[in-house]
Ligand binder design. Sequence first.
Ligand SMILES: NC(=O)c1ccc[n+]([C@@H]2O[C@H](COP(=O)([O-])OP(=O)(O)OC[C@H]3O[C@@H](n4cnc5c(N)ncnc54)[C@H](OP(=O)(O)O)[C@@H]3O)[C@@H](O)[C@H]2O)c1
Length: 228
Amino acid sequence: MNLLLLGRGKTGSLVAEVAAERKHVLVLAGAKENIACAALTPESLRGIDTVIDFTAPHAVIAHIEACLRAGKNMVVGTTGWHRELDRIRKLVEEQGTGFVYAANFSIGVNLFFDAARSAATALRHNYSGQIFERHHAHKKDAPSGTAIAIQRLMRDASGTREDLEITSFREGEVVGLHEVVLESAADRIYLCHDAKSRRGFAEGAVLAAEWLAGKKGFYDFKDVWREL
Ligand SMILES: NC(=O)c1ccc[n+]([C@@H]2O[C@H](COP(=O)([O-])OP(=O)(O)OC[C@H]3O[C@@H](n4cnc5c(N)ncnc54)[C@H](OP(=O)(O)O)[C@@H]3O)[C@@H](O)[C@H]2O)c1
């Protein structure tokens, strides 16, 4: 595939590595090459199949809007914009493009989501619950998109309408640690996912771009990763 990758940061640079290993042709644009979405005009996107975005919360909405105007498929890893999901979903449907987004593109975290969904039953049996997330000190958004996704899926799965409290820690170079703790008078349940590197995010994002080829529609990775 011909891919345009936005963002040459910690995750974007690994996406570039994985895409090259999987023999995709890659154009890279960091902040300098993409001032006022210069890399996303219909002319610059000619010949590009899919745009992958690992940039920053303040920039991503403009990127999405520019790619939609140009009718391009997109895989969006950047977090911090999900309160606009409904509006973007409508735009994607109107434009007839393909779009995959994720709070977290790692297969391991998506397995963890399933475990958390299943454990949410505890909230109907006198358990209280808490979510803890720990990331490196440079992370711009808090709570993490992944913690918010866990909170939502546990609320929906438990049927209690109860949002578990999220506590965020920012320290050192932690890649991403998420814990769910459920506690009753009788016992305590711990679920934990601890990312060892960013490689899992990059692999998931490239696989999502491959899966999206030739498709239209708006997809959350957690609903489609089993099809990869
Ligand atoms: N969904 C997932 O699985 C997942 C996994 C990891 C991270 N993330 C999210 O992905 C985003 C990036 O994370 P990161 O850790 O890679 O951050 P990072 O190391 O800070 O990298 C962000 C990069 O984006 C570039 N950038 C900023 N504005 C841009 C623009 N308008 N056009 C093109 N590039 C632009 C920056 O370029 P300069 O250096 O030139 O300023 C920087 O290299 C964050 O929102 C993070 O939460 C999601």
